[in-house]
Design a protein around this ligand. Structure first.
Ligand code: NAD
Length: 247
């Protein structure tokens, strides 16, 4: 049986890089998509020096045409795509009452409109082949109204969870599942870079399990949701937040 193929956005660093490594370990051929294509390419080379099982491609998630080009590149290179992980995200924290139209649109474009485009392009492709898996990386901020990362980011992630359900409902009849994973604060570079150490200590003290989350566990969940046996998990939001938010 040919090795399954996964496309991961925002795979140059952080959570996306961890997810890319984990899918590769699980036996997938991995396309690492990012605007930071040099970093993605460096990681791809460490996974697969000859490019046989990993390669990088430049993809800006705000561009639908980039998703179409990525789909075509993967079909051209490996003949198929089986799984899409919408992981790329970005935010710049701005006080709630000061968010401008431009800042709002920009954060919505990267974090939410990207998910719409990706699910349109890959959802249609997966439906035409009779199956596929889409995993969207949401965030606790989108569930609990937390604005530490910006209200525009929280709104976008709430929207990601809703789009996950809409696409899940629409695509299920074609053998395609769509799920979200919603992490709380993870032990990742961006968290240490963007939160001052004294504030981070307070954040950690407020997490019921008393620790930041593990990115590799999020990657495990993504691999689990991508498996062929995962057909009954659909339209779900998988909370991994240390007990910060319980339904
Ligand atoms: N770090 C956390 O604690 C945390 C918690 C909850 C959710 N998340 C989510 O996890 C995902 C990954 O976050 P991270 O912590 O690894 O962040 P990060 O900033 O370290 O990595 C994000 C990656 O996305 C890429 N990217 C940014 N804009 C892009 C664009 N327009 N097109 C393509 N790629 C782009 C960046 O180049 C980078 O490689 C995001 O969706 C984020 O919202 C993270």
């Amino acid at each position: 049986m040919p090795q399954r193929v996964v496309l991961i956005t925002g795979a140059a660093r952080g959570l996306g890089a961890v997810i890319a490594r984990r899918f590769h370990e699980a036996g997938y051929r991995v396309a690492l998509a990012d605007i930071a294509v040099d970093d993605a390419a460096a990681l791809a080379r460490t996974l697969s020096p000859d490019g046989g099982t990993a390669f990088a491609l430049r993809l800006d998630v705000t561009s639908k045409a980039d998703f179409e080009a990525a789909r075509d590149a993967l079909i051209g290179r490996w003949g198929a795509v089986d799984v899409l992980v919408n992981n790329a995200g970005a935010s710049k924290v701005v006080p709630l009452m000061e968010i401008t139209a431009e800042q709002f649109d920009q954060v919505i474009d990267v974090n939410l409109r990207s998910v719409l485009f990706a699910c349109q392009v890959f959802g249609q492709h997966f439906a035409s082949t009779g199956g596929g898996r889409i995993v969207n990386i949401a965030s606790l901020a989108g569930q609990n109204g937390g604005s530490a990362t910006g209200a525009h980011y929280a709104a976008a992630k709430g929207g990601t969870i809703t789009l996950t359900k809409v696409f899940a409902r629409d695509l299920a009849q074609h053998g395609v599942t769509v799920n979200a994973i919603s992490p709380g604060p993870l032990d990742l570079p961006i968290v240490h870079e963007s939160v001052p150490a004294d504030r981070l200590e307070k954040v950690i003290a407020g997490i019921p399990v008393g620790r930041l989350g593990s990115a590799s566990y999020i990657a495990d969940v993504a691999v689990l949701l991508a498996s062929a046996q995962a057909y009954f998990a659909n339209g779900a939001c998988w909370d991994v937040n240390g007990g910060l938010f319980m339904r």
